[in-house]
Design a protein around this ligand. Structure first.
Ligand SMILES: [Zn+2]
Length: 133
């Protein structure tokens, strides 16, 4: 859905100008993320690869109530995942790094890292229920 300037401004202010997921300031090129994915239909275009057709597999999810302000890295990483699928992917980040990045394994082996595995809590969840200090 194409947002009006007023809708986009309201969405931007939803979490004080911060990404709903990581809490970083949004910056100028922020995204309106569909919490429940809309799953864009893609078609292969010669010389361009896969290109969105403009059609959605789940048009029922294309509503203002289903949008969250997101920084581009969060929106791109979440892609078409549900929140719980993305939370699971993020929770496995240390394992993925250890498996795929020799530099990470060396840093771990030589004690340069302090890993803090924990349940991923999104910014919008933290501001709704602040953790006890
Ligand atoms: Zn973010």
């Amino acid at each position: 859905m194409k947002l009006t300037k007023a809708q986009r401004s309201t969405l931007h202010a939803m979490f004080g100008g911060r990404c709903a997921y990581c809490g970083e300031p949004l910056g100028e090129r922020w995204h309106a993320d569909h919490v429940l994915p809309v799953e864009r239909k893609l078609q292969h275009v010669r010389g361009k690869g896969l290109v969105p057709t403009g059609e959605l597999y789940r048009p029922e999810n294309d509503t203002i109530a289903n949008l969250m302000p997101a920084c581009p890295p969060c929106n791109i990483d979440k892609h078409m995942m549900s929140l719980e699928d993305w939370r699971g992917k993020l929770s496995r980040s240390l394992d993925v790094l250890a498996r795929s990045q020799p530099t990470y394994r060396h840093a771990r082996r030589f004690g340069l890292l302090q890993e803090t595995p924990k349940l991923i809590t999104f910014y919008f969840e933290r501001v709704a229920q602040p953790e006890a200090a």
